[in-house]
Design a protein around this ligand. Structure first.
Ligand SMILES: NC(=O)CC[C@H](N)C(=O)O
Length: 197
């Protein structure tokens, strides 16, 4: 089971470390050829507009879209969630996402005063212990389409984690808090798909 981490920009090293801790073989993905061998992909946090530009420059965007359409399990955190969203509000001019997740996200949704904050989230799918979530200029999921479902909401009801089949996205960053349950949940999808193949 080989898991790719999109390594164009952002905190890909942190994701690679968590995945290795959980026993996965990790490949850093920067070129289209590196996509062929992976059974799953993590898209890290960072800056989605830069990641988008680099993905297109390196010829990765279209092959990535094709793999996502083909059912590749993908987990996006923060900028990674923005990359997976079908629709992005407050994008910079010309910014594109890869799409796949039937959601509308808004970039930098928490405003300049509270760009970063931490909170605990109840996520029944991941067990009884709340998930400690760190938000760093994160997006919010403004609407969840009929193909996707919310996994976590803030106390005010705003959606910050979503799932759609093999796709998973969080507005926050489990890779920097020692929280491994999202990565385990994602690896479960990778494993299930590898066994089914
Ligand atoms: N920590 C993050 O990934 C921030 C996301 C960033 N604000 C963006 O729009 O891509």
């Amino acid at each position: 089971m080989t898991v790719g981490v999109l390594a164009l920009q952002g905190d890909f090293r942190e994701h690679a470390n968590v995945l290795r801790t959980l026993g996965a073989d990790v490949t850093l993905v920067r070129r289209p050829e590196e996509l062929a061998a992976i059974d799953g992909l993590v898209i890290p946090g960072g800056e989605s507009s830069v990641m988008d530009k680099l993905a297109r420059t390196f010829g990765l965007a279209e092959p990535l879209r094709a793999r996502i359409r083909g059912g590749l399990p993908v987990y996006g955190t923060c900028a990674g969630l923005i990359m997976l969203a079908d629709s992005v509000l407050d994008a910079i001019a010309g910014q594109e996402s890869l799409g796949g997740l039937d959601v509308v996200v808004r970039r930098n949704a928490f405003g300049s005063q509270t760009q970063s904050f931490e909170t605990d989230l109840d996520i029944p799918e991941l067990g009884d212990v709340p998930v400690h979530a760190v938000f760093i200029r994160g997006p919010v999921v403004e609407s969840v389409g009929r193909n996707a479902r919310a996994l976590a909401t803030l106390a005010d009801g705003r959606v910050v984690a979503v799932e759609q089949g093999n796709l998973l996205g969080t507005s926050f960053h489990p890779e920097i808090t020692g929280e491994h349950r999202f990565h385990e949940y994602f690896l479960g999808k990778v494993r299930a798909r590898t066994l089914a193949a």
